[in-house]
Design a protein around this ligand. Structure first.
Ligand SMILES: Nc1ncnc2c1ncn2[C@@H]1O[C@H](COP(=O)(O)OP(=O)(O)O)[C@@H](O)[C@H]1O
Ligand SMILES: [Mg+2]
Length: 426
């Protein structure tokens, strides 16, 4: 069996790592991959948006199954293209990926199907947007409608900041056409959690809960990033909360998408704000989270391939997943300067020492090989993931791995998992 993974981040490396352990012993390919993925797969230099080249490669190489990591190729219709050529692929089709690709589409879906979420208005004229801001006041959240690489949602504590966000998104168009419309959304408080599930358009098979850490610095300070670390499970998602999320969010979303003529197949990810045990949706994503995939995948006890195949065949009701009870914690190690400007090409040391710490798995993100050495090649560079008998031990294990790794300018948060720990302690 030949499997192609589309993507080059920590999420993709973790999924590939899981596939490599399958008893089906698949032959693995990655496009474009990274230095870590190259150790378990054949990397081919085709970018994630070069869909025609990916189709050609899959046909030529007789790839049996393709798995898509990032959102951009999904919203460009990679799944539709592969399917039209008779190729098996796991991911949301173009129309279904709108749930992530257009925030107004997602908000309108939530309103129509009564999925709990903040109040909002969609506006395509900056004058009207500014007038609406004056009416509702701050704090408020301004979001570019389209994809903006995780930078298009701006939490505005004051009206002044909100006007600035309108200027940036709609007038300066810093996110291009993604800013032609904005969603202006009620500011919600509580604790965030990520809830991911497999779905074939009918059945929803939930994964374990997880929690991301968006801001660059400890104690959630500084600008937002793609994610600086994650852990699973998230104690804020109690059994009761889990049930509410399934009944009020996941099932209505999947049924709503089908009713709208956009049946949803793949991974559906709900970004949630949970307050007093009540979940409300911040956004939907059409794929695994990065870094949430990393701690989740390490806890997956059963083979992943049958689940992917059950989604594609629309027989997910027959599938199950076992989860290891031990918690996992993933610490992202980033380039100095990220999420702003940073340098690439720094030699990374200590990778083997870190990997030999019991309970540590290292997933690469922005890495590449240069003269036989692993060097930095992106903002988020490594994902050091630890497993332990409890959250405290998982944190300690992950940081034991982190401390063995070094490159010039390396930056990471020191408090990944602390929220879970605080909740356990009291
Ligand atoms: N309505 C809201 N109330 C409070 N915080 C929000 C709200 N919407 C988004 N946020 C914050 O902004 C972050 C990014 O928003 P999100 O909708 O997930 O957009 P994206 O991931 O596409 O950038 C969230 O993780 C959350 O911290
Ligand atoms: Mg988000």
């Amino acid at each position: 069996m030949k499997i192609l993974m589309v993507g080059s981040g920590g999420r993709e490396h973790s999924l590939l790592w899981k596939l490599a352990q399958s008893p089906q012993n698949p032959l693995l390919y990655a496009a474009p991959g990274n230095a870590g993925m190259a150790q378990i797969a054949t990397c081919i230099s085709i970018g994630v948006t070069e869909i025609a080249s990916l189709v050609e490669f899959a046909l030529q190489e007789r790839i049996d199954l393709t798995l898509v990591g990032p959102e951009v190729p999904l919203t460009l219709g990679i799944v539709d293209e592969f399917e039209s050529r008779g190729l098996k692929i796991f991911g949301a089709r173009r129309d279904a990926a709108m749930i992530e690709g257009s925030k107004s589409f997602a908000k309108n879906l939530m309103r129509k199907y009564r999925i709990p979420s903040g109040d909002y208005e969609v506006l395509d004229d900056p004058k009207k947007a500014r007038a609406y801001l004056e009416k509702v006041g701050a704090p408020i959240v301004v979001k570019a409608d389209g994809l903006a690489a995780g930078k298009g949602a701006i939490v505005c504590p004051t009206l002044e900041a909100a006007h600035e966000a309108i200027g940036m998104i709609m007038e300066e168009r810093v996110f291009g056409d993604a800013g032609a419309q904005v969603v202006i959304e009620e500011y919600l408080t509580g604790e965030e959690a990520s809830f991911l599930a497999f779905t074939d358009g009918k059945t929803v098979l939930p994964m374990a809960s997880s929690q991301d850490h968006k801001p660059i610095y400890d104690h959630d300070q500084g600008p937002n990033t793609g994610g600086m670390g994650a852990y699973s499970p998230a104690p804020v998602v109690t059994d009761a909360v889990h049930q509410k999320i399934m009944e009020r969010v996941m099932l209505p979303a999947v049924r709503g998408m089908a009713a709208e003529g956009h049946p949803y197949k793949g991974v559906l990810y709900a970004g949630l704000m949970i307050k007093d045990g009540e979940p409300r949706v911040l956004e939907f994503n059409a794929r695994f989270g990065d870094p949430e995939a990393q701690p989740l995948v390490v806890r997956m006890g059963s083979d992943l391939i049958p689940v992917l195949e059950a989604v594609i065949a629309e027989r997910l009701h027959e599938a199950t997943i076992e989860w290891r009870s031990e918690p996992t914690v993933c610490v992202v190690m980033a380039s100095g300067g990220y999420p702003g400007q940073y340098e690439k090409g720094k030699v990374i040391s200590g990778l083997d020492e870190a990997a030999s710490v019991p309970g540590v798995v290292i997933f690469h993100a922005g890495t590449t090989l240069k003269n036989g050495k692993v060097v930095t090649d992106g903002g988020r560079v490594l994902n050091v993931t630890g497993i332990g008998k409890d959250i405290r031990q998982a944190i300690a294990t992950a940081y034991q791995g982190v401390k063995k790794i070094y490159w010039e300018g390396v930056h990471y948060r020191n408090d990944i998992g602390k929220k879970a720990l605080d909740r356990m302690v009291g």
